[in-house]
Design a protein around this ligand. Structure first.
Ligand code: HEC
Length: 111
């Protein structure tokens, strides 16, 4: 097998694993996460909604959520850990665990 073939097989395996992951997100969680993303994150991140992108307004803009989602290094656990603390000068936004879960599910749904 070529190295590319091997890499492809590897990612297919990961994708299959993620699909089978027990903590599969419900549609309600994803919708709630999207709502949160629009209220709390869209002033910095591009939050794409059915092909329309809510443009980031910050110079040196942070990554688009769909790019974060497609990064093979991203998963729900990492997003959960990352979102527990403020970042990128996110002022005064303290997310509850449930909100963090919903946001992570939403971002993952953009894959
Ligand atoms: C004030 C601007 C700002 C806000 C608001 C903001 N972010 Fe960010 N975000 C950034 C910047 C800048 C980065 C890149 C630098 C960093 O990682 O700190 C980033 C990076 C990230 C990353 C990591 C990307 C990666 O793979 O390295 C995630 C995930 C993320 N943001 C999610 C969110 C979520 C979810 C919200 C809403 C709850 C949010 N951000 C709100 C500015 C912001």
């Amino acid at each position: 097998m070529t190295p590319e073939g091997l890499a492809r097989a590897f990612f297919t395996l990961i994708a299959a694993f993620l699909t089978l992951a027990p903590a599969a997100a419900g549609a309600a969680d994803i919708a709630a996460g999207k709502h949160l993303a629009r209220s709390y994150c869209a002033q910095c991140h591009v939050v794409v909604d059915q092909g329309k992108s809510h443009r980031a307004r910050v110079a040196g803009a942070p990554p688009d959520f769909s790019l974060i989602a497609r990064d093979p290094g991203t998963n729900v656990e990492k997003l959960n850990a990352f979102l527990r603390f403020p970042h990128g000068q996110m002022n005064n936004v303290l997310l509850t665990r449930k909100e963090i879960d919903n946001l992570a599910d939403y971002i993952e749904s953009l894959r």
